[in-house]
Ligand binder design. Sequence first.
Ligand code: SF4
Length: 717
Amino acid sequence: MSDGPRSVRSQCPYCGVGCGLELLPPAVKGQAVKRDAEGNPMWTARGDREHPSSLGQVCIKGATVGETLARGRLRQPLFRSKLTDAFAPISWDDALDKITGQIKASLARRGNADGIAMYGSGQFHTEDYYLAQKLLKGALGTNNFDANSRLCMSSAVAGYTRSLGSDGPPCSYEDLDHCTVAFLIGTNTAECHPVLFQRLLKRKRKNPGSVKIVVVDPRRTDTAKAADIHLPIAPGSDLALLHGIAHLVLRDNGQDPAFIDNHTENYDAFFDVAARWTPRRVALFCNIPEKRLRDVAALFHRRQKVLSLWSMGVNQRREGTAVVQGLINLHLLTGQIGNEGAGPFSLTGQPNAMGGREAGGLAHLLPGYRLVANPEHRAEVEQAWKLPAGQIAAKPGLAAWQQVEAMERGDLDLWWVAATNPLVSMPDLDRVKQAMGNCPLVVVSEAYADSETSHYAHLLLPAAQWSEKAGAMTNSERRVTFCPAYRLRFGESRPDWEVFADVGRRLGYTEQFRFDSAAEVYAEFTRLTQGRLCDVSGLSHELLEQAGPQQWPYPMGSIPSTAAKRLYENHLFATPSGRARFSTDQPLGLAEPPCDTYPLVLTVGRYLGQWHTMTRTGKVERLMKQHPEPLLEIHPSDAQELQLRNGELAAISSRRGHLTATVKVTDRIRCGTVFLPMHWGFTQEKACEANTLMHDDACPVSKQPELKACAVIVAPA
Ligand code: SF4
């Protein structure tokens, strides 16, 4: 691999929109070599006009990704036996011996591999994800693999599966060009999925009278500012709102009786639930005017084309699965699914969380949207992996937060964190730090030298990252893009899939982990999807390189760019009966509502120019100038009562922690609620670890923690 003169095409490695990027080499004929702030040769990025998902559009994060790739990198494996020691260089051989030695010791002591766990990432390529499953779930026989998707999309996974019979977003981005109503709930699309938001605005500009945007969010975000109707509901009242809309749809005869009769089940039970959520009750519960509720309900109608978009505001709730299903209920009620311009559409956070789900990258999954709890699914995978029957455990493994709890109890001998930074993104961060201190070997595979999580590791493994390794990623509209290796690897860094294969071979699984290239890994993965909803058996690195990005399903023999734009176009769902199922959950509200001691609700979110835990975007001067520090947004009435003024420092405390942040008085946030961004960790100059304050209560179905809200008290610092 060498830096050549051609431009290359790839998928942006930030959010789940998965825009196409065209990367231009550091030196173009006759021009000086472009360099980043450390003097490294730098590729520059611009939108790829040929990418069908983004049509040449790109946001500031994608446009500046070239500045982040070479700075502050981890170059070689480092080890220390105690967290209080300094790191010392170690060879790859010795590093992997330490891992396999610890695995063998744990197996010998416990008689099983449940003392080993891995926490991976939607930053993985599909090949990394796939071999991590094969290593943990196959070779070791423990399902203790989970990923940061658990904090991001697992409620969507569970909601789709319970209501429609399978995971898999039914819609395409093209539906944004055809909808008449865009219902955005729990998503600040303008800042978190900006390219999609611009596409929606374009649709509205071209059809000013006939396209309506509804935004449900306690904050008046940039997304909400563009809405025809903004519903600033009280945090935690979303499910009641959805039931209230259903109530009014039924009262106004907006439902689709033929769709309900022919394609759904459990309708009568749902009808009884919706009947109880009268407009008056919902308006009180959500703290919104009844008229606004009626205005929104009038838009959910069988004659409209309603496209619902959601993200973390729905998923990161202790009743996240129920809220997802409540939203799908509205689409089933009005027949708004599987049709052009309509459907429930989750917007994924990470760039390849979708590929991870396809590869089985959560503790209850196996490749090809299979479940570890299903004996037939286990047998199919064991056969494909040439493992003895019964090797894959029947019990789902430890989900993200359960891995932390296992470390607290002393039940983990090895925690392997790869391509993610949980010491910013997990809830209750002080507890996570203490738990990590209780694990005898914490391994962190990381591209960068100084992530927060690295500070609590014993063994650091330098990872080759996006642009330095080849692989596939799937974006939110089920489109798979080949991401080539177009830059030289840094120092001794290696792709994660290569490292997982190496460990597998060292454990004696020579045949199962004999791969010479990422293309071979991908080929094995695609075979395992044959006949499944997420069938990509017709895809290969070669085809994706030649024919460009493709949507799935893409079975063997498919013709490029002819895949169905949306799932369930025939209204035959993936449930055993073929019918989609109405859910009947009653709203619970927040796990930690405000009280006399902690009278405000803290909600967290993101800034347009920062990505997740800032390991990349924190290195871009332009982005840091745009967002130099995290600001506590507080309503003018609350600020006055608490004697807080713009620019002053405030102290924010919850039952779990305490921090300070600069105050921004603004009516963007509703009275009684305050907002902090989640990006800043303790290595940043303006450290403000918002998730330190968050509790670990999680949705019992999806196991996704309620990272969106906790009770706090705020005072002048
Ligand atoms: Fe990258 Fe998301 Fe921005 Fe597109 S919208 S360029 S995928 S960060």
